[in-house]
Design a protein around this ligand. Sequence first.
Ligand SMILES: [Zn+2]
Length: 191
Amino acid sequence: MTWKGIVDRSFTAADFDTYCKGLTWAAWRPSFIVLHNTAIPSLAQRPDGLAQQHILSLEAFYRDTQGWSGGPHLFVDDRQIWAFTPLTVPGVHSPSWNQVAIGIEMLGDYAVESFTDGRGLAVQANAVAAMATLCEVLGLQPSGVRLHREDPKTTHKCPGKNVDKAAVIQAVEAKIASHAAEHDPAANGGG
Ligand SMILES: [Zn+2]
């Protein structure tokens, strides 16, 4: 299988927003986002988040060990958003949904690690920002976000039970609303 390559660039949430606004989805247009957690490694196993060497090891894992054509589109940690399989082509992350969805991996094992405080909350904030950007750029509804564990063809409990889907969707909607407010002069006291 031909490996699709990786973007191998990391972004702050603001830089990721700019990056996505420069992309064109010509051949493939995803319909929703699937959220994952890495489980292994956990946050505890990556005290400084994901470095480039970790991303290159992940590439070797998906390409050489698994023999797949791609992986998830993004790896999000508490510091940054790593672009992995290009967002403009299908990735490999959820058996039922690879052809229709963007896959976002969050660093952490949210079966046991907290998603609502400390580093887990910082991961959540970056993931929410990335999802808000993708929803805006692609015209997707935040309510369409799915969790990997909802895929009927998987047995993975991914992401862990500490990830509350309704709360995540609400956070993405709030982020989109705050973007809209930033761009509305009246909301900034300009009117
Ligand atoms: Zn998953």
